[in-house]
Design a protein around this ligand. Structure first.
Ligand SMILES: [Zn+2]
Length: 385
């Protein structure tokens, strides 16, 4: 059967989606409902898709809410979450439910994509055992790699040909290698590498029903700070994969060198500020994770310092939002004092028209945002056609 582009988009979207009805498909793909109804009828007629009674869970021509489903074993996706401190792998169904989770040894960044071969092998073995023993069978359709650094798809790390500094490999993804191509050639599944904050931002964006056209997502936790930008309904990755890298805004031109090759980046400034402010009171430098614990235990000094961290983020963040003018800002931060500090500073440094009208939201998904983002990447391609 020759598929028209509308039919192909519907097929691609349904392949990576839990059950949707025709109205939801029309809304997701931005198509008129009659167009969707006609295309779905053709796809069902040819056996490419199934019409299922949502209440009964079986093919039927009766009444009730009918959903569209891809035939065969239900799809699952893999996610490799690589941070500076851990490597966790998981398998998820199309609702995001975890079917398998495992923690593995952190690869040496110098090994590049080869360091992820054991993690990929482990996910394929786990997926194999699910498809052997699952009641309806499972089919692994993609593995997403969540990378803790700027990453340019199809090329790897942003190239910095001018750098001769020989900086230590502190960015986990430092190789100018196409991770997706390297791994997809070795395993019978597609790999998709994406920056971790971009994945989380994409997940948060599609988790809300009233999707604003312009959203900025901000995450602050013990791994660091980062932001993701959705402009005009599209995730902005930038030419080098650097879009949204709030951590690497230069705050102090004479500040310490950063693994990105820049100087005086915001993330370094915050680390230095916390170390300097805590050394005397605690007898040693204390970082974000421990400060958060102290603040939760009622330590007023820790809360005060975390509010200062929030204010230090809120100034450049407010200025970024002046340029981007988002309708919505989603914040995922582990500490309330940080959020209060960000909002206080934001109100000063963003123009009143933005500061008064932007909607602040707390993250709806928290740690699950990256899983949702991994599910949304292939759906995003189908939405855009
Ligand atoms: Zn930097």
């Amino acid at each position: 059967m020759v598929l028209h582009s509308t039919e192909q988009r519907i097929l691609d979207f349904v392949r990576y989606s839990a059950d949707s009805d025709r109205t939801e498909l029309a809304a997701e793909l931005g198509l008129p409902r009659p167009t969707v109804i006609s295309a779905v009828r053709k796809l069902i007629g040819s056996g490419a898709l199934l019409d299922v009674d949502a209440a009964e869970g079986r093919s039927t021509a009766g009444r009730g809410r009918h959903v569209i489903r891809f035939p065969g074993p239900s799809a699952i996706v893999g996610l490799i979450r690589w941070t500076d401190h851990s490597l966790r792998v998981g398998l998820h169904d199309l609702d995001g439910t975890a079917l398998h989770e495992e923690e593995l040894d952190i690869p040496d960044p110098a090994d590049g994509p080869a360091g992820l071969v054991p993690a990929a092998g482990s996910l394929l073995r786990a997926a194999g055992s699910l498809s052997d023993h699952g009641p309806a069978g499972r089919r692994l359709v993609s593995i997403t790699i969540s990378a803790p650094a700027p990453f340019r798809r199809g090329r790897g790390a942003p190239r910095d040909d001018a750098s001769t500094l020989g900086l230590p490999l502190r960015f986990a993804v430092t190789e100018h290698v196409d991770f997706d191509d390297y791994l997809s050639r070795r395993f019978p599944v597609d790999f998709i590498t994406e920056n971790d904050i971009n994945l989380a931002g994409l997940g948060e964006y599609f988790a809300t029903r009233d999707r604003a056209q312009n959203m900025v997502y901000l995450r602050v936790n013990d791994e660091g700070i980062g932001s993701a930008i959705v402009a005009g309904g599209v995730l902005m990755r930038g030419a080098q994969g650097f879009a949204g890298e709030l951590a690497h805004l230069q705050i102090d031109r004479d500040g310490p060198l950063c693994p990105c090759g820049g100087r005086g980046c915001l993330s370094n400034q915050l680390r230095g500020m916390m170390a300097a402010a805590t050394s005397q009171a605690y007898g040693r430098p204390v970082g974000y994770a421990e400060l958060s614990r102290h603040a939760r235990d009622g330590d007023a000094g820790a809360s005060r310092l975390l509010a200062d961290v929030g204010r230090a983020i809120g100034q450049p963040f407010g200025q970024i939002c002046t340029v981007l003018d988002p309708e919505v800002i989603v914040i995922d931060a582990t500490d309330e004092a940080v959020v209060a500090g960000i909002r206080e500073s934001f109100a000063i440094f963003a123009p009143p028209a933005i500061a008064h009208n932007v909607r602040f939201r707390t993250s709806a998904l928290g740690a699950d945002a990256e899983v949702r983002g991994a599910l949304e990447i292939p759906r995003e391609a189908a939405r855009r056609g």
